[in-house]
Design a protein around this ligand. Sequence first.
Ligand SMILES: Nc1ncnc2c1ncn2[C@@H]1O[C@H](COP(=O)(O)OP(=O)(O)O)[C@@H](O)[C@H]1O
Ligand SMILES: [Mg+2]
Length: 275
Amino acid sequence: MGPQAEQPKLPIPGVQNLIAIGSGKGGVGKTTVSVNLAIALSQMGHRVGLLDADVYGPNVPLMMGIHETPKAIGERIQPLEKYGVTLMSMGFLNPGDRPLIWRGPMLHSVIQQFLRSVDWGELEYLLIDLPPGTGDVQLSLIQTAPLTGALVVTTPSDVSLEDARKAVNMFGQVRVPVLGLVENMSYLIVPSTGEKLDVFGTGGGKRTAEAMQIPFLGELPLDPQVRVGGDSGSPVAIHGEQDDRAEGFFRIARSVEERAAESRGAKKPTIEIAD
Ligand SMILES: Nc1ncnc2c1ncn2[C@@H]1O[C@H](COP(=O)(O)OP(=O)(O)O)[C@@H](O)[C@H]1O
Ligand SMILES: [Mg+2]
């Protein structure tokens, strides 16, 4: 990225916290984390929206089990709602297996429309599921949206971590605070023996977060029920915080709640009040 003038970042009316969820690689569980985090935050009493900005592989409709077409009122697109989460995805507008072929300027404009022409309403959190990697969509979005911060999802494997570091650096270069690194598929509990199996290695997420001086938000186990929940449109978080399958996502949701408040606080000028 060359030196470029900073573009104005217009706030999205009604949206308090805008949080992007990124990863270096696809397949690490970014969408799984996005949908479960959105549902968890909603169950914790927040008003939550989820924008599926993965225009190349919009999986949010499948994972949330919703396949309607949003309506427009005048120029404004009306988002859909499921499990208490307000939703918008390219998958609603282009369902099925045919890919849309995007070029740079079109991408920029569709993302802007998703942010600014959708009636998001009053939201405490609008989460954005980014496409994997550090390309045009990510840059266009993070340079123009007033992001509170970003989460980066990785697995403990070296190849995933190598790419996660690039994603962290991308956010750093455009001065978006990284609220934390989430390590997904950290281990598998073998059902027959209860043994903990480190499928993709161990400790890599925590070490990487420490080395890059960003918060480590914790580990999520590899759990077949998480995959089934996603494939069937019933993400495990709908079962609530007390449920074993969902507990990890709520833990991360609570950290996000804290870090977002800190990140917003850090941006405000501090006023000393003498008594
Ligand atoms: N913790 C997990 N345990 C089991 N399966 C998972 C877990 N996280 C993700 N998956 C599954 O792995 C696949 C890829 O996840 P996905 O969220 O689509 O990744 P990404 O959005 O990063 O490409 C999906 O089938 C999903 O259900
Ligand atoms: Mg995805």
